[in-house]
Design a protein around this ligand. Structure first.
Ligand code: SF4
Length: 391
């Protein structure tokens, strides 16, 4: 498929400051619960991938975003398997071809076992200024059940090395509702993250997919997950603990120290725009949505031979854009300004959704004040039910 002309990509005059996402699809081993677009690290394929990503970014240069991007996010996969020099070349290409700002937030997702004090210093020198460590739990037996390669001790060391390398913005991912994990054990991991003084925490609920190996392991070993009401306790008690420790919950699954919210991820929740590069990366820009082909082999061969990797390009209707803006915006603790969105898309939110939102307002799951609408904390636990109104 030929790359679309700029006019095809820009059907709307409305452009917020965009972010840039780069998907790095390699991992040292595959965790038994993982449903992301990733594959085992292969040196040759990795080299071709880096060449392709640089070319994909540079080929965007004739149609740079009207406003320069102010965030760059390396997600995966395990982006910390790239060398600091490779990360540096992608940052340089984003500055040169997309106009990435000098003070951009540049996040690297990293697995603790892949970094050393030296590589962290080199990533920092390359321009990375935010790290997001995939820790998942600070308990070794839980890490083993998930097929993770690091230990709790290694995770703590990684955070300490990051501090020593000059990172003042370190995030940790944790997962709750793990097999055989009880509420106290989960809270011990949250406490460990507080003790290493993470600037930001993302707390996810483990999803056990029937087609992935974890499901078979759970069945084979007879591992149990705590009942639903205890899982709800896990969420609420962790949030209460983090409140007490001075963190601010700014999104259903995310808390931070003051000023340390993820600028990049906030774009996803505030009706923002982003450009995605790499296999399987999604983009939303000026009311158009597309994604790249997921296969790393096919992505690299298409880009290197001068073809577009884009598939599923779609111009969104105002109806869809409004639904998406409400669906994602309600994830934020501050919720959405419904009147602003009504004006932006020319559709009255209350007329369109008011009747179906009523029962959630009455039940105390949603809260409305003037033009703002937001989920309460009990509402965050039942967010899927509330959000189904917009799907
Ligand atoms: S490290 Fe992350 S992306 Fe890689 S297999 Fe594990 S969960 Fe998936």
């Amino acid at each position: 498929m030929a790359a679309p002309a700029p006019s095809e990509l820009i059907p709307s005059p409305q452009f917020p400051v965009p972010g840039v996402y780069v998907h790095v699809p390699f991992c040292s081993s595959i965790c038994n619960y993982c449903n992301f677009n990733r594959g085992l690290f292969d040196e040759g394929l990795k080299d071709r991938f880096v060449e392709a990503v640089l070319r994909e970014i540079r080929d965007f240069a004739p149609r740079p975003p009207p406003l320069p991007p102010d965030t760059l996010y390396f997600g995966g996969g395990t982006p910390s398997l790239l060398t600091p020099a490779e990360i540096s070349s992608v940052i340089d290409a984003s500055r040169g071809s997309l106009g990435l700002t000098a003070d951009a937030e540049i996040t690297l997702e990293a697995n603790p076992e892949t970094v050393t004090a030296a590589t962290l210093e080199q990533f920092r020198a390359a321009g990375v200024n935010r790290l997001s460590f995939g820790v998942q739990t600070f308990r070794d037996e839980e890490l083993k059940r998930l097929g993770r390669l690091h230990s709790a001790e290694r995770a703590v060391q990684a955070v300490e090395s990051a501090r020593a390398a000059g990172f003042d913005n370190v995030s940790i991912d944790l997962m709750m509702w793990l097999p055989e994990q009880d509420v106290a054990q989960w809270l011990a991991s949250v406490d460990a993250a507080i003790r290493v003084n993470a600037d930001h925490l993302s707390l996810y609920i483990l999803e056990v997919y029937p087609h992935l190996p974890l499901k078979q392991e759970i069945d084979r070993h007879g591992w149990a997950q705590v009942p639903d009401d205890a899982a709800a306790d896990m969420y609420e008690l962790a949030m209460a603990m983090l409140d007490k420790a001075g963190y601010e919950q700014y999104e259903i699954s995310n808390v931070c120290r003051i000023g340390r919210a993820s600028r990049h991820n906030v774009k996803y929740w505030t009706d923002g725009d982003w450009l995605g590069f790499g296999p399987g990366a999604h983009s939303t820009w000026g009311g158009v949505r597309w994604r790249n082909i997921a296969s790393t082999e096919e992505y690299t061969s298409r880009i290197v031979s001068g073809e577009s990797a884009m598939v599923d390009r779609r111009v969104l209707s105002n109806d869809e854009r409004l639904g998406d803006a409400l669906f994602t915006g309600l994830r934020l603790s501050c919720g959405v300004d419904a009147d602003l969105l009504s004006m932006r898309y020319g559709i009255d939110v209350w007329a369109r959704y008011g009747e179906r939102l009523g029962p959630f307002l009455d039940a105390g799951l949603l809260w409305r004040q003037d033009t703002r609408l937001r989920l309460t904390r009990p509402g965050m636990l039942l967010a899927n039910e509330v959000m189904s109104v917009f799907v």
